[in-house]
Write a protein that binds this ligand. Sequence first.
Ligand SMILES: [Fe+2]
Length: 189
Amino acid sequence: MSEQPTSWARAVAANELAGPLPSRWAHTQGVADRASCLEGVLGHQVGLLTCAALLHDVGYAPRLAATGFHPLDGARFLRDVHKADDGLTRLVANHSFALLEAEERGLREVLEAEFPLLEDRRVVDALVWCDMTTTPDGGLTTAEARVAEILGRYGAGSVVGRFIRRASPEISAAVARVEAALADQPRWG
Ligand SMILES: [Fe+2]
């Protein structure tokens, strides 16, 4: 399927998350709101970013949790059930440095083989910025506070805790690149 509209992405995400995981759905809507702030720097790619923002956490839906690694479960669901656009599934699979968490879970090779990272790092960075500046219930935060919140919630010794400590410098660098681009509008790159 060619590029899907954001109305489709919103309906799919709401269908999977709003009932079983209302706070995850609130977070998702906050992340999508952040995406709309990047139209000036991403141009037409803001549509792809918004779809990815809406669907990045769809793999948390209990009925989709096959491996328990939500970026992979979500991307497979979008690819296999919805025949989603390749760029969209690759963004969802790799959101917020998921490759590093995949490594902690022994899934890095699987993730890389099925969903290679997009070459256009601007959209990848943009999704990191949207996700990492949105609280778990959809409010605004800083990436630093968000990383600390994740670490506190999961514990430093957990798989997610180990992942987020490794990803933290990458997250900070990606957020800084997006904020530099925002400061240098109208167009990034
Ligand atoms: Fe998220």
